[in-house]
Ligand binder design. Sequence first.
Ligand code: NI
Length: 184
Amino acid sequence: MILPMYIFGQQVLRKQAEDIPTDYPNLKELIDNMFETMKRAEGVGLAAPQIGLAIRLFVVDLDVISDDMPQYKGFLHAYINPQIVEVSDETNVSEEGCLSVPGIHENVRRPVRVHATYLDENLVEHDEWIDDFAARVFQHEYDHLEGKMFIDHISPLRKQLIKKKLIAMQKGQISCDYKIKQNR
Ligand code: NI
């Protein structure tokens, strides 16, 4: 089932998300729906707050870019109750976008590697270093669970330049080709 996307301006995107209990009802179905919603919107990552749930869950599909980056063939992961243990000193800059901020792309500096713990969709515990593009997507989605968005990382000047677009977005003046939860 495709779920409506919550857009910049919705309060849930600014909430600190809560840990998910292991007996959370219909978790498997929710994860399936998030993968389907992300695919329909042509995203590589989707966090639960973006579909209106302030819980610590996100999904990542890098298989869709595996024509360009073959190392990500079959990379489809759900991350439940993720924690960042530490990050690399080394950082890089790359352009990011977000399904909740349609039409805006900005350069963001982030650590290149991240040491994380999480549960997968089968509730198996993982403790690992994630690197390169997967680390960038992980950190972008992790931010959503902390009530943060990628535009929080950009310079005041860049933020000034996109301010009008963000205000319009908050008022619901946007067009995108996937289903959205209308801002009020
Ligand atoms: Ni995002």
